[in-house]
Design a protein around this ligand. Structure first.
Ligand code: V47
Ligand code: SF4
Length: 359
């Protein structure tokens, strides 16, 4: 019979817990016990260190042919608020980021009906020219699949071309919930969960590190969250190409998902992050994305198994278009203060988790 004690004994012995055991934890309200277990699992991997990076997000366009029901960021071409950045503007933002001490640009956007694949290739090459020290973390598996469709290139060739233009790694977006039944309700136009996993597998085979996200707090069940995490854990066993797992708390404003919810609760956020740490035993990093969680929840999560707070971001659109109440940007000093007050050692990292400096 599953009890908290049997799960706890496994985790303390460094053994993997099953999907049923993870579900047992979701059904428990003993947040402190779950958090303590997650904190131990994290400390074994990361000691007292908590990572952050200095980065800037750039979203080249919000025009998207998909229009996922949960997404308040996307627009149809011609709709009010639709935009596409010119290459010059993308370069200006990257240059400014480098000048202000960023080590990374994080680039994701909508699936634009007219921009050719070469636009994205040129954007990477241009960023590399104007800001050569920046690591370019760009494009979700959903965008990569779209590039293959619009260019007629294979996924492998899309990766080859983007890597030679300057792509350094990939963020973890587009995963949402990988279980098809949920996916059909929240983003029916998007590539399937199986296809998302396949493209990420090909990214790892091409030598790219990626992250993985999970959009939670809409109409998925706890069992579906666990199934999502299990699919990622299985792929990680195979490739080892994932760096961080990032649960993204759903922001409900301005979305077409007509749910009677006001966003996730602090308890659910904390439990989800802690269970992710315990269950995803082959992921080194569990990231609390402070943009969606708010600074306070993100800070407290450092005591519940989290070891990464993402970055300075500078300008955030996806969460804020959906009503996120967090600021657009945190300064490096702000993140350092937040981590220190939580009793951890702030470590600035580069995109690939090489430490740059401890504070
Ligand atoms: O895939 C869209 C999510 C993702 C909403 O890899 C929403 O380091 C909440 O993936 N409420 C894009 N979430 C952002 C993303 C990300 C962010 C930070 C770091 C990394 C990383 C990746 O944003 C989308 C989708 O899952 N999203 N709408 C919403 N209303
Ligand atoms: Fe487009 Fe991505 Fe928004 Fe879906 S989540 S509508 S694919 S920008």
């Amino acid at each position: 019979m599953t009890t908290f004690e049997t799960i706890s004994a496994k985790v303390r012995a460094g053994q993997r817990i099953s999907a049923d055991e993870a579900l047992f934890l979701f059904n428990s309200n003993d947040l402190l016990a779950i958090g303590e277990l997650a904190a131990q699992a994290n400390e074994r991997k990361n000691g007292r260190n908590a990572y952050f990076n200095v980065n800037r997000h750039i979203n080249p366009t919000n025009i998207c042919v998909n229009r996922c029901a949960f997404c308040a960021f996307s627009r149809t071409a011609g709709e009010e608020g639709a935009y596409t950045l010119a290459l010059d503007e993308i370069c200006r933002r990257a240059e400014e980021a480098e000048r202000e001490g960023a080590t990374e640009v994080h680039i994701v956007g909508g699936l634009h009906p007219e921009l050719p694949f070469e636009f994205y290739e040129e954007a990477l090459a241009a960023i590399r020219r104007v800001a050569p020290s920046l690591h370019i973390k760009a494009f979700t598996a959903v965008e990569i699949e779209y590039f293959s469709r619009i260019s007629g290139l294979s996924i492998e060739d899309v990766f080859k071309r983007l890597i030679s233009a300057g792509l350094g790694s990939m963020p973890g977006g587009g995963a949402e919930i990988l279980v098809e039944e949920v996916r059909q309700k929240i983003c029916p136009e998007k590539i399937s969960g199986a296809r998302w996993l396949e493209i990420i597998r090909l990214a790892h085979l091409a030598g790219l590190k990626t992250n993985a996200t999970m959009l939670y707090g809409h109409l998925e069940t706890a069992a579906e969250r666990v199934a999502h995490m299990e699919l990622l854990r299985t792929l990680q066993d195979e490739t080892g190409g994932f760096q961080a797992f990032i649960p993204l708390a759903f922001q409900p404003e301005n979305s077409d998902l007509k749910l009677d919810i006001k966003g996730t609760s602090g308890l659910d956020d904390m439990k989800t992050l802690a269970i992710a740490r315990i269950f995803m035993d082959n992921f080194d990093h569990i990231k609390a994305y402070w943009i969606m969680l708010g600074e306070k929840i993100a800070q407290v999560s450092l005591a519940f198994g989290v070891n990464d707070l993402d970055g300075t971001v500078v300008e955030e659109k996806i969460g804020h278009d959906a009503g996120a109440q967090s600021p657009q940007s945190l300064t490096k000093e702000g993140i350092i203060r937040l981590i220190k007050k939580a009793g951890k050692t702030p470590v600035e990292r580069d995109t690939l988790y090489h430490p740059i400096r401890s504070f």
